[in-house]
Ligand binder design. Structure first.
Ligand SMILES: *Cc1c(COP(=O)(O)O)cnc(C)c1O
Length: 417
């Protein structure tokens, strides 16, 4: 039996003082790159300097024709939807469980997010997607939740057979791949966030990937009006005459964010390889802890390990509520164990329940979602415990202490009841 629970007066399993996980990793090279950017340019209206460097590097990394940076992932999604010609009244099938910004920009376009039930891992269930297709459906948006690629073979086939645009939100999954192909490159366009904790971070920022020239010009029109649109949209293209105003918005990345993201991109593969090692250890060890269920990754799926998730099984611990188990973990000093907060089933959010309060005249074709509409996603959400995955070898010791904390809480569960 392990030592007494910290929650009940014992010694905590995790001895290091926090924080135990900070992101992105910043060293002197990163600092130098960002500081030297201050001296070269802090505003870049065209595709030049660090913005061009970052977009070139993204194109190489993802092996796509176009990468267009934006001010945020939300902006990338907004621009991506507009570029995919999502019109008022169009339906777009989106996962019921994702960060809301995967779907929320659709309200700005007068389009309708149609929520789709997920699998217990939180990724969209392809067979449920098929059931939701109507003559108004224009696109399918896929999130790769916590960095685990969705079932892209089925989804790609479905989108092709039903003549729908396939779009991806890769914001959890930079560098993750399915069958050797990087996520974000399967469909017409992929949108990514570069926000603070994301696997590839610029602090703030985002980008859109596409192989389609017309989609590229449309993203430029939406996100990069004036100089850049004038320079890059060919004369004679129907959008060229709108270059000065674009569609009325401006979503440029800050050059300092681009400098940070550019530095981080050169390290991304090393981060992912390091995470893979520690994730393998965590899966093996946490998977043996009664009360936690950790699923191995399917063949051919390479995640980004934005988070490692475990499903809490109260039935294996005499019905111990997760709140209590979780409190015991935190008391052990394992403060990076986390329960999903804002990344929750969208049917639980007021925007999805009552969109017309914010968008008068909103076409209420299928909205007015309610709590309980998506039992698989909702149960998965309330039973998920997640952990960020470290990438440095020296963090393995910390990972071991986190495993000890979980073992302790599990072994002593009767004392928590
Ligand atoms: C972070 C995130 C976004 C939004 O990105 P921002 O850069 O914060 O605007 C969208 N979708 C998912 C899945 C995210 O994790």
């Amino acid at each position: 039996m392990t030592s007494p629970l910290a929650l009940l007066g014992g010694t905590p399993a995790v001895t290091d003082a926090g924080p135990h996980f900070t992101w992105p990793p910043i060293d002197d090279v990163t600092r130098m790159k960002v500081v030297s950017q201050l001296d070269s340019a802090v505003s870049l209206p065209g595709r030049s300097g660090i913005v061009a460097d970052l977009e070139d590097a993204l194109q190489d990394y993802f092996d796509v024709r176009h990468a267009i940076t934006t001010s945020s992932g939300t902006a990338a999604l907004h621009a991506g939807y507009w570029a995919a010609r999502i019109r008022p009244g169009n339906e777009v099938i989106v996962p019921a469980w994702t960060f809301h910004a995967t779907a929320s920009p659709l309200f700005q376009l007068g389009a309708v997010p149609v929520l789709c039930e997920t699998r217990p891992d939180g990724n969209v269930d392809p067979s449920r997607v098929a059931e939701l297709i109507t003559p108004r459906t224009h696109a399918i948006m896929v999130t790769h939740l916590w960095g685990k690629p969705a079932e892209m073979t089925d989804l790609t086939t479905l989108a092709r057979d039903r003549d729908l645009a396939l779009l991806e939100d890769g914001s959890h999954a930079h560098g993750a791949s399915h069958g050797g192909q990087k996520v974000g490159t399967f469909g017409l366009a992929g949108a990514f966030s570069l926000n603070g904790p994301k696997p590839l971070s610029g602090g703030e920022g985002g980008f859109v990937l596409t192989d389609d020239d017309d989609t590229y010009y449309r993203v430029l029109t939406f996100a990069h009006s004036n100089k850049r649109a004038r320079n890059e949209i060919p004369e004679g293209h129907p959008l060229a005459r709108y270059a000065v105003t674009g569609a009325g918005l401006k979503f440029r990345i800050h050059p300092l964010a681009a400098a940070l993201a550019h530095d981080q991109l050169s390290r991304l593969n090393a981060y992912l390889a390091g995470r893979e090692e520690i994730a393998a250890y965590l899966i093996r060890e946490l998977g043996q802890v009664p009360g936690l269920e950790v699923s191995p990754m399917p063949e051919g799926v390479k995640p980004s390990w934005y988070a490692l998730t475990a499903t809490y099984r109260p039935d294996q611990l005499g019905g111990l509520p997760l709140d209590r188990f979780y409190a015991a973990l935190v008391a052990e000093g394992a403060t990076e164990f986390d329960r999903p907060g804002s990344t929750r089933p969208l049917n639980q959010l007021p925007l999805y329940q009552h969109p017309s309060h914010l968008f008068p005249g909103y076409p209420n074709i299928r909205s007015r979602y309610r709590e309980g509409d998506f039992p698989v996603a909702e149960k998965a959400h309330t039973h998920t415990i997640k952990l960020p995955v470290w990438h440095r070898e020296q963090d393995l010791k910390l990972a071991e202490q986190y495993v000890s904390a979980a073992r302790k809480a599990s072994e002593h569960h009767k004392e928590l009841l």
